[in-house]
Write a protein that binds this ligand. Structure first.
Ligand code: AOF
Ligand code: ZN
Length: 344
C-alpha cells in the first residue's frame, strides 16, 4: 500500500468514479462501482456495476478489454471499491483480475461489507498483485454513501425534503391541497426520489394530499417503496397509494419505535429513505436524532392560512445538522443541510 498518487492516478480514478455513475438508480442494495484498465498510460477498457445481478465493474472492464481486442494482461486496474472475494450474485472479482493477468490494483475505498472487508486486498497481495488503497477515498465514499451507511449502521440513510412558503409554512389550509413549488423543482424532487429506495410520509400527508409518491417526471428504472406511518390505521381506504398497483408499506408502529422501524427497512435492503413530510413526521425524526440530510425548499408563495413548519437553523443545529450548500431547483432556493461528521 502507498499513498503516493500521481496526477495520472487521479485522472484514471476520476474516470472510474465517472463510469460508476452509469449504474445510479439500478444497483441498490449494491454500491455504485466503476473500474478502468490502464496499459502504457492509456485507458484500454472501462466497466461499471450496471444493475443488480449484473456483472461487477471489474468483470465488465475485463470483458470490455477483450471485446475491444486489448489484452488486460499487464494492465493496472483502477477500481472505486475493493474487489470482492466471495461468490455472491457473481463469482469473485479477485479471481477475474488474477485470471486476466492484471499487474496492479489501485482502489479508492475498502469494502465495508463484512464478507469482503480487507479480504479482497489480502487475496490479491497473496497472489502477487500489489494493491494501493485510498486514492480519492472521500469521493468514492460520497458516491457510495447509502451503501456505506447501511453496512456500518444497519439502518438506512435518512434524507428529509420539506417545501416552505415565504413565511416557513408547509401548507395552505385555505385551499385544497396543491403544489406551491415550480415544475423545475418538482423534477429535482423526482430525481431525489429516484435516488432513494423508499419514500416515507405520515398518514396525515396521505389523507390530505392523496399523493402518488412515485418517480414520474424523470426516467426511472424502478419505483421507490412507499412507506406510510399510520399507527391508528387511519389511512383513507380510497388513497391512490393503495390502488395504483405500486408497493406500499403501512407501518403501524408509533414514533417511539423509529429505530426499530428503520432496522426493519434495512432488513428489506432499503439503504436510503426520503422523508417527505409532513412537519410532525419530520420533527419526530429530528428529535430522535435520525436525520442525516435535509433539503429545505424555499418558495416565494405566501399561504393565506399557513401551517408552520417550526423548522429553522436552530432546530436543525440541535438535531446535529448544519448547512452544506445552497442550491437552485427550478424557481426555488434550496438549503442543503448535512449531519455534522462528529454527530454521525
Ligand atoms: C466488486 N465490484 O462492481 C461491486 C461489488 O451479491 P453480489 O454478487 O451482487 O455482491 C454484492 C457485494 O459485492 C456488495 O455488497 C459489495 O460488497 C460488493 N460489490 N464488488 O468487486 C463491484 N458492485
Ligand atoms: Zn466483485
Amino acid at each position: 500500500m502507498s499513498a503516493d498518487w500521481s496526477e495520472n492516478d487521479r485522472v484514471f480514478m476520476e474516470h472510474a468514479l465517472l463510469v460508476a455513475e452509469r449504474g445510479r438508480g439500478k444497483v441498490s442494495p449494491n454500491p455504485l462501482v466503476g473500474c478502468v484498465l490502464v496499459k502504457d498510460g492509456v485507458v484500454i477498457a472501462e466497466g461499471w456495476h450496471d444493475h443488480l445481478g449484473g456483472l461487477h465493474a471489474e468483470q465488465m472492464a475485463i470483458h470490455d478489454a477483450e471485446e475491444k481486442g486489448h489484452s488486460p494482461n499487464g494492465s493496472t486496474a483502477y477500481v472505486t471499491l475493493e474487489p470482492c472475494n466471495h461468490f455472491g450474485r457473481t463469482p469473485p472479482c479477485t479471481e477475474a483480475l488474477m485470471w486476466a493477468g492484471v499487474s496492479e490494483v489501485v482502489i479508492a475505498h475498502h469494502d465495508p461489507n463484512p464478507t469482503v472487508r480487507g479480504n479482497g486486498c489480502r487475496v490479491l497481495e497473496e497472489a502477487g498483485i500489489p494493491t494501493r488503497v485510498g486514492l480519492m477515498e472521500s469521493d468514492a465514499h460520497e458516491q457510495m454513501r447509502a451503501f456505506m451507511h447501511w453496512c456500518e449502521h444497519r439502518r438506512p440513510l435518512i434524507t428529509v425534503k420539506l417545501a416552505l412558503d415565504a413565511n416557513g409554512s408547509v401548507d395552505d389550509r385555505s385551499e385544497a391541497a396543491q403544489r406551491f413549488t415550480s415544475r423545475g423543482c418538482l423534477e429535482k424532487v423526482h430525481e431525489l426520489r429516484r435516488d432513494c429506495d423508499a419514500v416515507l410520509v405520515g398518514v396525515e400527508t396521505v389523507n390530505r394530499d392523496d399523493p402518488q409518491l412515485t418517480v414520474r417526471l424523470v426516467p426511472a428504472p424502478r419505483q421507490p417503496l412507499r412507506v406510510v406511518i399510520d399507527p391508528q390505521q387511519r389511512i383513507h381506504p380510497q388513497s391512490t397509494l393503495l390502488h395504483d398497483g405500486g408497493e406500499t408499506l403501512l407501518m403501524q408502529e408509533d414514533f417511539t419505535s423509529l429505530p426499530s422501524l428503520l432496522h426493519q427497512l434495512a432488513d428489506r435492503d432499503i439503504q436510503r429513505v426520503l422523508v417527505e413530510g409532513g412537519p410532525a413526521t419530520v420533527h419526530r425524526f429530528l428529535e430522535a436524532g435520525l436525520v442525516d440530510e435535509v433539503f429545505l425548499v424555499h418558495s416565494a408563495a405566501v399561504h393565506q392560512s399557513p401551517v408552520p413548519s417550526n423548522l429553522d437553523d436552530k432546530v436543525l443545529a440541535k438535531a446535529g445538522l448544519s448547512i452544506h450548500e445552497e442550491l437552485v431547483w427550478g424557481e426555488e432556493r434550496v438549503e442543503h443541510y448535512l449531519k455534522n461528521v462528529n454527530a454521525a
